[in-house]
Design a protein around this ligand. Sequence first.
Ligand SMILES: [Zn+2]
Length: 365
Amino acid sequence: MYDKVLMTFHEKFRQYDLGEGHPFRGDRFANAVKFFENQGLFKLSEIVRVEPQPASKKELLRVHDEGYVDLIFRLAKENKPYDVETPVSPEILEAAMLIVGGAIRCGRAVFSGEAKRAISIGGGYHHAGRNYGGGFCIFNDIAVLVEHLRANYNVKRFLILDYDVHFGNGTSDIYYHDPSVLYISLHQDPRTIYPGTGFVEQIGEDAGEGYNINVPLPPGTSDNTYLYALTEVLVPLAEEFKPEIIIANGGSDAHFADMLGDLNLTVNGFFRISQLIKETADKVCDGKVVLIPGSGYNPQVLPMCWYALVAGVVGLKEIHVEDPYPLPKEPPNGIRTVERTVDELKRLLRRYWSCFGGFGLNVVP
Ligand SMILES: [Zn+2]
């Protein structure tokens, strides 16, 4: 009834615990998987759970500079933080290598035919660039996955959809000059949240011009407005770009009850996002998706939102999870602001994409 879906998870992910008082705690991964279990997800014989192997240094070096990787290894040994909010220790490093290994394992599953789609629990470290970390991230598992697929399966066109509440500055930087990776990010208006970049005008440079798509959303944006923007942007670009895979990253930090963000998605909103990702992949890349749910800082809603995301990608038609808090109201002018942003984006990108009314000058042959 369903396609085969592979899910990577390891008990040692727990070691990615950034300490007492830090919003990123180690129990979040296992709590989510436990919730999936309670919802009966693993009764489906199509879902295969595997423990990933750690990534190798060679795999990291496809993305990161050697000096940076050595710095992180040294900081881990010395138990010193990378920056004030991004601690590093031997345990965190071991967990990070396993999480990056999980993304690689998911890519292999999808391109070897072992599974149609795959879910890398706990990943999505999109603030890490080639030679820097930050924002709780040390290695960019999304980019390591892309480069693994390029090197081992000759994949030539990747679509990364980043629906985390924060702009993925690391991922965006890594592919800013690269037309083989279409990076689409919906995030809270960067004037109001970390990392303070991710504006509509940041469209990529050189050969990558037109392949970096930012959709900043005002605080308070809720499900319908979000889904409007996602549908207007993701669907036509995916149809025109024809990626060989969609890699989707983001956890639950765009939920209305998350402490680190001010977007107002509900659990059902995450389910709809995920259903749209699956539907789009079915249309454009034979259903190939790697979903990477990792963020989320409200421990009560995190498992619910990750479950909604997983359920959509698996292909469940409905979920039975209720938001634990009363739903917020959409701000009165929210939809107008987002319509204007989407119009502006289409105007800026028109010369690169025929779906936005131009000639599609930059389409990769
Ligand atoms: Zn985030």
